[in-house]
Design a protein around this ligand. Sequence first.
Ligand SMILES: CC(C)(COP(=O)(O)OP(=O)(O)OC[C@H]1O[C@@H](n2cnc3c(N)ncnc32)[C@H](O)[C@@H]1OP(=O)(O)O)[C@@H](O)C(=O)NCCC(=O)NCCS
Length: 193
Amino acid sequence: MLSVTLETERLVLGPWQSDDWIRFRPIATDPEVMRYITGGIPWSDEAIRFFVDRQVNLYRERSFCRWKLVEKASGNLIGFCGVGFWRDRLDPEIGWWLARSHWGRGFATEAAAAALRDIFERVKLDRVISVAMPANTASTRIMQKLGLEFQREFENEGVRLVEYAIGRSRYFQAAAPNAAPGPASTASPADGL
Ligand SMILES: CC(C)(COP(=O)(O)OP(=O)(O)OC[C@H]1O[C@@H](n2cnc3c(N)ncnc32)[C@H](O)[C@@H]1OP(=O)(O)O)[C@@H](O)C(=O)NCCC(=O)NCCS
């Protein structure tokens, strides 16, 4: 099987290994990172392992996932960004979490532009949604910058959420000129939320 790696100016987006969960743990247990995910409650080790294994399996089956983000400069795992499946829904959903140390420097937008481009150009999905709490303006701002459009506000398990979406045709018409994150995906011989 070929291994997919996406590269941007400052980041490498790639598949997970099961034992990466331990490097993802500091991010998923930071109450500030988890503020708009769980209300600030850290994920358990079991939830973290489940998330990482879900990405390993999704990548194996579909050749995309919520990519592991590695910062080129440090070699550190600094979060994830990419398409997975939100809860039990069938609509592919793009999402992003970063280590707090890396917020506010455009990393999420840089990663998300590369992931979205890959999902339409290589994977050829028809449509991608994104879901966030309305107060998570950093996240909804990224959605807007990528060209996703507001669809609806809804409630899930007592939590108000907003849903944005973008389809292939809109992506290629409108978003692509703003979403040129660097080299396209590379493939070399060799992997929900
Ligand atoms: C959401 C998250 C990934 C954003 O990462 P980031 O790398 O800081 O985002 P960017 O630097 O690419 O900024 C995205 C946009 O949001 C804006 N923004 C960033 N933080 C913001 C904040 N706290 N409040 C309002 N706007 C904010 C930025 O200014 C930028 O918009 P601009 O280009 O118009 O200036 C990061 O805050 C995070 O990991 N949060 C915790 C996990 C999470 O909530 N994920 C999303 C779940 S839906």
